[in-house]
Design a protein around this ligand. Structure first.
Ligand code: PEP
Ligand code: MN
Length: 347
């Protein structure tokens, strides 16, 4: 699918068992009228989001088309990511596993790739403990320009090597569209960090590639702003977006940020995309990873993103919030128990 013009104001719900030719007929007539259809195929019915000039669309007798059940307005400001547009949970396939709709993802690894040894060791111990994906930053968004900025493309190659050895899909952050090709070449999931949640050109750029995107909530972003950011990606054709609650700025200073647990069920009410939680950046404290991970699973999260390092005291970035291999293994076991208890499966 290509980029779309106009806005998405309504959706056409096809009848159960509508023929492909009937769907095709609707799409053809929309095209002839200068509008466009965005198809979402559910288990039972097909829904066509209509994008284009509101007045032109309003003038079409869409309800009279063969195979059409009803035509409904989409009232939320975000459209393609809304529950109104798609009532069933989006399930995203990554490597051999899945995330969303009952599939839980445990993503773990160091804040940044620091060396081949450090990353391979990380990959081995998180895999051993039951993680389903490996994280590691190659391009780091640091508050200080003098802090470690990441190993860049070399780190991407090391991540790919770790995947080849362990089979774990890898997640890494993209900060600049100029690095998109490199990240797509080596990574399985493109992370968009909290600081770039409203970098709209970056969002559109990752919307055009065939890689799942892990979109982190901005430090001061509302839930609806997060969903609008996701809409930028999905609008360009990439429907595989995972949302991540990673704590927001509040007056509270006991934790690095404040984990907004309520955001999980609220996003799930409004949006069909998987939601994961990052308790590491939310709190900045290793002693809070376990309780908040369990709380996140209980609140309905589809996954967790946890920082873990072979030797946190030597970490070049976020060592204070990174779990060591022993603590990670212990907490991962508790997480697995909780995931089973809520009726989900790992991976
Ligand atoms: C990270 O995951 O390494 C990171 C920098 O997170 P955030 O963008 O949430 O601060
Ligand atoms: Mn970090």
């Amino acid at each position: 699918m290509t980029a779309m013009d106009g806005s998405l104001e309504m959706m056409i719900v096809m009848k159960e068992g509508a023929a492909d030719a009937e769907v095709e007929h609707v799409l053809t007539r929309l095209r002839e009228a200068g509008a466009r259809g965005h198809i979402s195929t559910g288990d039972v019915v097909t829904v066509i989001g209509v994008i284009g000039d509101r007045e032109v669309i309003a003038g079409m007798p869409l309800e009279a088309f063969p195979g059409v059940d009803k035509v409904l307005p989409i009232l939320r400001p975000y459209k393609l990511v809304s529950r109104e547009f798609r009532s069933t949970d989006t399930v995203i396939s990554i490597g051999g596993g899945k995330i969303g709709g009952g599939h839980f993802g445990l993503i773990a690894g160091p804040c940044s790739v620091e060396s081949r040894e450090q990353l391979l060791e990380s990959a081995r111990f998180v895999k051993e403990a039951g993680a389903t994906m490996l994280r590691g930053g190659a391009f780091k968004p640091r508050t200080s320009p003098y802090a470690f900025q990441g190993m860049g493309v070399e780190a991407l190659k090391i991540l790919a090597e770790a995947r080849a050895e362990t089979g774990l899909p890898v997640v890494t952050e993209l900060m600049d569209p100029r690095q998109l090709d490199d990240v797509v070449e080596y990574a399985d999931v493109i992370q968009i960090g909290a600081r770039n949640m409203q970098n709209f050109h970056l969002l559109s750029a990752v919307g055009e590639v065939a890689r799942p995107v892990l979109l982190k909530r901005g430090l001061s972003a509302t839930v609806d702003e997060l969903l609008m950011a996701a809409e930028y990606i999905v609008k360009e054709g990439n429907a595989d977006v995972i949302l991540c609650e990673r704590g927001i700025r509040t007056f509270e200073t006991a934790t690095r940020n404040t984990l907004d647990i309520a955001a999980i069920p609220i996003i799930k009410q409004r949006c069909h995309l998987p939601v994961i939680v990052d308790p590491s950046h939310a709190t900045g404290r290793i002693d809070l990873i376990e309780p908040l991970s369990l709380a996140a699973v209980a609140a309905g999260a589809d996954g967790l993103l946890i920082e873990a390092h072979p030797m946190p005291e030597t970490a070049l970035c976020d060592g204070g919030q990174s779990l060591n291999p022993r603590d990670f293994a212990r907490i991962a076991t508790r997480i697995h128990e909780m995931v089973t208890w809520v009726g989900k499966t790992l991976g």
